[in-house]
Design a protein around this ligand. Structure first.
Ligand SMILES: Cc1cc2nc3c(=O)[nH]c(=O)nc-3n(C[C@H](O)[C@H](O)[C@H](O)COP(=O)(O)OP(=O)(O)OC[C@H]3O[C@@H](n4cnc5c(N)ncnc54)[C@H](O)[C@@H]3O)c2cc1C
Length: 478
């Protein structure tokens, strides 16, 4: 009976896993393998929060595999060398994996497929991470889409996706090859800052399914409005699970269809939600067709934008949630504590950094990369370029989010700000969104001294907005 390796990367689940299914259908013995090779993602090696997630996700995956009589074989180093070692040690003749779409992954996987085939090994990859593969969809003129709505319309012509695949039987080999312990990968922080992450998340496939079920039951129907309120449980929080492949977009589609009697596109909440899954597809599509965008603006004139020259203190205030703007600070502290931030607040803090502070968007993208548990090269790049106005289908440059107005509109009772900036918890709403306007009597009643308990605004909103627009005027005609 032949032996196959299944090379797991960011598809850390057993259900709806085409590579596992294909391998199990063709071979009698399956060896699931994880190879730790962060240098192959350079310069976008996983950040600290992603490494934390990865450690726990691999732990759960190994446990789940063992419940099936299988196990996860862990190696580190160069992926091709590790695969060749394993093929030699086990006598396996085939390697299966699911495709990734980041430029570095594509280059590596192409090279590995060619090298293995040259060795006479069967090397097969499958579609599992996206609903539509980026190279299969072009405008009628043969160019890639740059605008989301027509892109999504074209995707919908190919959807709904096929039903998700069940978990296959995974008989192991007579003798398992050696495996490193997960601890030796050194993924967890040495100085413990991760309590908040552990309290916020249940990593792994079961956690993903539970989260999806909760969302479909309690928030899907009201998602169109509910997704705008960061202080309420109106969104799915599935992004880290999607990033690490603990759930597939096809499984999400099937669950949403199931919750809407098979008509997800005829239901307001479900249709809006699936559009967001569509934005994830679009992000990968844009990265595939414009692979330079993690480093360079898609709209070239933005390369000449007059960013602030000295900004170390301002950047630190933003990172630490000490800008003096409560919605911005609440978002940045939610990020630090839980590794996640609500989408509305991501747009706000990004706009504040790029426009009010005039700090290059790549600084923000790098901070998100290190601190988000869902840090994803495609979605992070799209999100930052969209906010900075320099990406595809981007927000118009003059759209500069006002943190005070955003707070008053989307956190009117102050629940979100109170939760993440506890020093403001006793202030009355909506004034807590601009604590500098509180009367002396209100300050006294709340025992609050601006400047002592909470910093004054690091930039004046109106002045910084005008400076941002003036900067844009300088590059507009280029
Ligand atoms: C500056 C900035 C940076 C971002 N960085 C990331 C990132 O690194 N990783 C990431 O997954 N998302 C990123 N996003 C997109 C979005 O904020 C998150 O996907 C979303 O907040 C995750 O929460 P959720 O799962 O509850 O989303 P839901 O509202 O429940 O949406 C469901 C899913 O749709 C996808 N999605 C939703 N909105 C977007 C979007 N705008 N772009 C792409 N996919 C989307 C996500 O996979 C998400 O899990 C970023 C947005 C901005 C503005």
């Amino acid at each position: 009976m032949s032996i196959a390796l299944v090379w797991l990367r960011r598809d850390l689940r057993l259900s709806d896993h085409p590579a596992l299914r294909h391998a199990a259908a063709e071979h009698g013995h399956i060896i699931p393998v994880y190879i730790h090779a962060p240098h192959e993602d350079a310069p976008w090696e996983p950040g600290a929060a992603s490494r934390w997630w990865l450690h726990h996700s691999l732990t759960v995956l190994d446990r789940t595999l063992r419940q099936q009589g299988s196990r996860l074989i862990v190696r580190r180093g160069d992926s091709l060398a590790a695969l060749r070692d394993l093929l030699r040690e086990t006598g396996a003749g085939a390697v299966y994996w699911n495709r990734l779409y980041e430029p570095a992954s594509i280059a590596r996987d192409h090279a590995i497929k060619a090298a293995l085939r040259e060795d006479g090994v069967l090397a097969e990859s499958s579609q599992a991470t996206l609903l539509v593969e980026p190279w299969t969809l072009l405008k009628p003129d043969g160019h890639p889409y740059q605008v989301f709505t027509p892109f999504w319309k074209a995707c919908l012509q190919r959807l709904p996706p096929a039903a998700p695949l069940p978990v296959p039987a995974l008989p192991g080999p007579g003798q398992w090859p050696d495996s490193l312990s997960l601890e030796t990968l050194d993924l967890l922080p040495r100085i413990r800052w991760d309590d908040g992450l552990a309290a916020a998340w249940q990593t792994g496939e079961t956690g993903a399914q539970a989260q999806l079920e909760r969302f479909c039951e309690s928030a899907l129907a009201g998602y169109r409005q509910g997704r705008d309120w960061p202080g309420r449980a109106g969104v799915s929080c599935l992004s880290p699970y999607l990033h690490f492949g603990e759930i597939s977009p096809r499984q999400i589609w099937a669950a949403v269809a199931g919750a809407t009697n098979g008509d997800p596109l005829g239901n307001q909440g479900a249709e809006t939600y699936l559009r967001e899954i569509g934005w994830r597809e679009f992000a990968h599509y844009v990265l595939y067709h414009w692979p330079h965008t993690p480093e360079q603006p898609l709209r070239e004139r933005f390369a000449a934008y007059p960013w602030r020259e000295e900004y170390a203190d301002l950047l630190r205030a933003w990172q630490q949630g000490r800008t003096g703007y409560p919605m911005v600070d609440a978002g940045m502290r939610q990020l630090w504590r839980t590794g996640w931030m609500h989408n509305r607040v991501r747009m706000l803090v990004a706009s504040f950094l790029v426009k009010n502070c005039r700090i290059p968007w790549r600084e923000g993208a790098r901070w998100f990369w290190d601190t988000l548990v869902d840090a994803d090269l495609a979605s992070n790049t799209l999100g930052w370029q969209w906010t900075a106005g320099c990406g595809t289908d981007a927000a118009p440059y003059f759209r500069i989010f006002n943190p005070t107005r955003q707070g008053e509109q989307f956190d009117p009772d102050g629940a979100y700000v109170r939760r993440w900036t506890p020093e403001l918890a006793k202030l009355p709403a909506p004034a807590l969104h601009q604590p500098w306007t509180l009367s002396p009597a209100e300050r006294q009643a709340a025992g609050f001294t601006p400047g002592l308990h909470y910093p004054p605004p690091v930039v004046d909103f109106a002045t910084s907005r005008a400076e941002a627009l003036a900067g844009y005027e300088r590059i507009k005609g280029r």
